[in-house]
Ligand binder design. Structure first.
Ligand code: DGL
Length: 273
């Protein structure tokens, strides 16, 4: 296989919060980001649709030479990853790999909690899939997992309303619903790529003693560990430190909004699906 960039996929802008942490941890690699902005949000769509859209985007990233693709999107990781890994990859190209964000997060989340009660906040799709509960129980069978869907949070961020009073209302509402499940929760996982942009509001409405986990900070060291453990895959990943951004919608719109998620100017290119 020819060397290529590490592909990072998200339904839109959100995955840039994950890419940002990955680039901090592993700046020497080349990255190709693909945001499916034309079809975002994924969080409210059916299993079949999310799988079909994600599969299509993964194939595009393979066409662009990516030996390894990270599904930075929790919804895609919850609903499409297993099928892609088990059904598609053996047929498409057994040498390439697709990794998600749920497993690496589930592997460490229990180490953060003292009370043994964690809260997981995500899109309706991620929460209804039960993927976090299932993966966390495998790693930490005694950990209590309390889940809460926050369907309004992605639209707030997508519409640039994450610092508005409207955001206060919806953030408080979901956190109240989460803590009504248990007042023992001492750790909250932001299991959606968009939620780090609501961090100030979440911090404001969550009890002070509760720690809030930003997933990018967990996924980045986990990818580093993966590449150390898989030198054959590491050898396929280009290391010239380049960054390229693709979007399925308007590059102008992408560039305007994307810097909020990534920090720093971005020049994206249109990718036809
Ligand atoms: N990127 C998605 C996630 O992490 C959220 C955005 C969407 O609904 O498409 O779950």
């Amino acid at each position: 296989m020819q060397e290529g960039p590490i592909g990072v996929f998200d339904s839109g802008y959100g995955g840039l919060t994950v890419l940002k942490e990955i680039v901090k941890e592993l700046p020497q690699y080349d990255y190709l980001y693909l945001g499916d902005n034309a079809r975002t949000p994924y969080g409210t769509r059916s299993f079949e649709t999310i799988y079909e859209f994600t599969r299509e985007c993964v194939l595009k990233l393979f066409d662009q030479g990516c030996p390894l693709v990270i599904l930075a999107c929790n919804t895609a990781s919850a609903k499409a990853l297993r099928n892609i890994q088990q059904k598609d990859l053996p047929i498409i190209d057994s040498g390439r790999r697709v990794l998600g964000v749920i497993r690496p997060t589930a592997e460490v989340i229990g180490t953060y909690s003292k009370t043994g009660h964690v809260g997981v906040l995500g899109t309706s799709g991620t929460i209804s899939s039960g993927s976090y509960e299932m993966e966390i129980q495998k790693q930490f069978p005694d950990l209590h997992v309390h889940q809460q869907a926050c369907p309004m949070w992605v639209p707030l961020v997508e519409n640039g309303e994450h610092n508005s009073p409207g955001a206060d209302y919806f953030v408080q509402q979901c956190l109240d619903q989460l803590f009504a499940q248990s007042d023992k929760i001492d750790t909250i996982l932001l299991a959606c790529t968009h939620y780090p942009l609501l961090m100030n509001k979440i911090r404001k409405w969550a009890p002070d003693h509760v720690q809030i986990l930003n997933q990018g900070e967990i996924v980045a060291p986990s990818l580093k560990d993966y590449l150390n453990r898989h030198p054959e895959m590491d050898a396929n990943c280009l290391k010239t430190g380049s960054l390229r951004f693709l979007t399925t919608d308007s590059p102008t719109n992408f560039d305007q909004k994307a810097s909020q998620f990534f920090g720093g100017a971005i020049h994206s290119e249109f990718m036809h699906l």
